[in-house]
Design a protein around this ligand. Structure first.
Ligand code: HEC
Length: 478
């Protein structure tokens, strides 16, 4: 049997093409290929910080910048590029950063992600965009209470309740929400309202839980709201202390309900390989009862040393989880490394392959695996190579856009896209780009009146984020 080329050592990965010996490549092209993914096409920032704002966290002078590019900031998700760039190329990138910053100091030329005015057209419906809540800092997850109030989390901390009165929105921060470890991709993430909220009042939060010595890991809690306060909190799922890590990446972070169960998406936390280890929570979808207990009938309940909560495994960074409103079937998205973003149809007990198979590679250009498919491992329904940074998914359940009913909406971070997918059984039969370039799409959900609410994160220094909604073109709201 062939052993997959897993976890190639950096030396063997680049053997024969050592960066030092190769001819120097063009800095703009290198930036687009190796850096734009995280720092944005215009260096304005995206998943990682801006390279224009002169607000350096790790480096200040040219030598410092070169050192960061060479050695990376591994805990934060900045890869080391010494394996793929030679010294001249590293230097050229430093120059590119300096040049671009000089040209872009004028805030007026900054990309402002302005919202389009007037009626917008898509294949099935025309709509208008309304900006409803402004001045946010990475709104991550949206939900509605049965009484019509909007809830949202911010990654940098905070659960908020928003209410509308005569067309004006006011937001209020819930007090007493548990502390979170705000680092890179981690913080306060997923939010879900129990399907029987009206009778039991349970709200669910996925967060990065602070551990000792500046570490964190994904955790699921529930609690209730009383007079604007978070009370009666219960921890439903947490990882063993020894798995807490200082790596600020790949938390996963969504929670959804179906048929009396809840599903939790738990990322691999940068610990490549652990998604395959059934004794660890990383890189798994877990199925629990709404009170945190483990239900009967999970696929690994009888497997020695396996966590009985595991529903599926081999996931990298699952930031999207959605349940089909009619069938109860589970869909998932996950960020690949560089390339290899996936939309998956989740079946109990299946292995989704990370990192044994992937259509992507490491950010610095070194391979993850030589395999893109293998017997017994699931293929994605859609693979995005190059990545769009696929994140939230949710089926539209409103009435205002009747032709969108039960279509799957999907958001992308780096490519700033909102997409509409039509699914049939485990296939996608149509895929439409609704809009692009308005911001990093963090979540979307139908409101009680059927408008589609979308949380947008605007990349770049000092750019406040906001929540918009898509309303039918003909309707006059406000
Ligand atoms: C996988 C995502 C990713 C890629 C790809 C990436 N970076 Fe980074 N980079 C980061 C993160 C995350 C940080 C740390 C940000 C922080 O701590 O504020 C960072 C930090 C940096 C810093 C230091 C910024 C500071 O505030 O001191 C520089 C310079 C930098 N990156 C340059 C590059 C260049 C040049 C490339 C391409 C060769 C690149 N990065 C590719 C994620 C990435």
């Amino acid at each position: 049997m062939r052993v997959p080329l897993l976890f190639l050592s950096l030396v063997s990965a680049t053997a024969g093409s050592t960066p030092a010996g190769s001819p120097t490549r063009n800095a703009t092209a290198l930036y687009a290929e190796l850096c734009a993914n995280c720092h944005g096409a215009d260096l304005q920032g995206g998943k990682a910080g801006s390279l224009l704002d002169q607000n350096w966290r790790h480096a200040r002078d040219d030598a410092g910048l070169a050192k960061v590019i060479r050695e990376g900031v591994i805990v934060s998700g900045m890869p080391a590029f010494d394996v793929s760039l030679n010294e001249a190329e590293t230097r050229a990138l430093v120059v590119l950063i300096r040049e671009t910053a000089k040209r872009r100091v004028d805030p007026a030329v900054r990309h402002t992600n302005e919202l389009p005015d007037g009626v917008q057209h898509s294949e099935l419906h025309s709509y208008r965009i309304e900006k409803i809540i402004e001045g946010l800092d990475v709104p991550w997850s949206l939900g509605f209470l049965p009484d019509g109030r909007l809830l949202f989390t911010q990654r940098t901390g905070g659960l908020f309740i928003a209410t509308q009165k005569e067309g004006k929105w006011t937001t209020r921060k819930v007090t007493g929400v548990p502390p979170v470890w705000v680092r890179d991709e981690g913080g306060l993430m997923g939010l879900a309202v129990h399907p029987d909220y009206a009778t039991n009042g349970w709200l669910y939060l996925v967060l990065s839980d602070p551990g000792e010595n500046d570490t964190g890991n994904t955790k699921l809690v529930r609690g209730r709201l009383r007079d604007g306060q978070w009370v009666e909190q219960e921890t439903l799922f947490e990882a063993p202390r020894e798995t807490y890590t200082n790596l600020g990446i790949n938390f996963g972070g969504r929670v959804v309900f179906t048929n009396g169960y809840l599903f939790l998406a738990f990322g691999e936390r940068g610990k490549v390989g652990q998604a395959q280890n059934l004794s660890l929570p990383n890189g798994k979808i877990h199925r629990l009862l709404p009170n945190g207990q483990i239900p009967q009938g999970n696929p690994f309940e009888k497997t020695p040393n396996a966590l009985p909560s595991i529903w599926s495994y081999g996931h990298r960074n699952p930031q999207g989880l959605a349940v089909h409103p009619r069938t109860g079937e589970l869909w998932e998205t996950e960020h690949g490394p560089r390339g290899g973003d996936e939309l998956n149809f989740i079946r109990a007990g299946r292995n989704y392959g990370w990192p044994i198979i992937t259509h992507g590679m490491n950010y610095n250009g070194t391979p993850v695996s030589s395999l893109t498919e293998k017997e017994g491992l699931e293929q994605p329904v859609i693979d995005w190579t190059p990545s769009i940074a696929v994140s939230p998914i949710r089926f539209y359940e409103g009435d205002a856009f009747p032709k969108w009913k039960h279509h799957l909406f999907l958001g992308a971070l780096a490519q700033q896209e909102l997409r509409r997918l039509e699914v049939k059984a485990d296939k996608v039969i149509h895929n439409e780009l609704i809009f692009k370039g308005l911001g990093r799409v963090r979540d979307m959900i139908a409101g009680p009146e059927g408008a589609l609410y979308v949380a947008l994160e605007i990349p770049g220094p000092g750019t406040p984020d906001f929540i918009i909604r898509l309303v039918p073109a003909a309707s006059v709201s406000k």
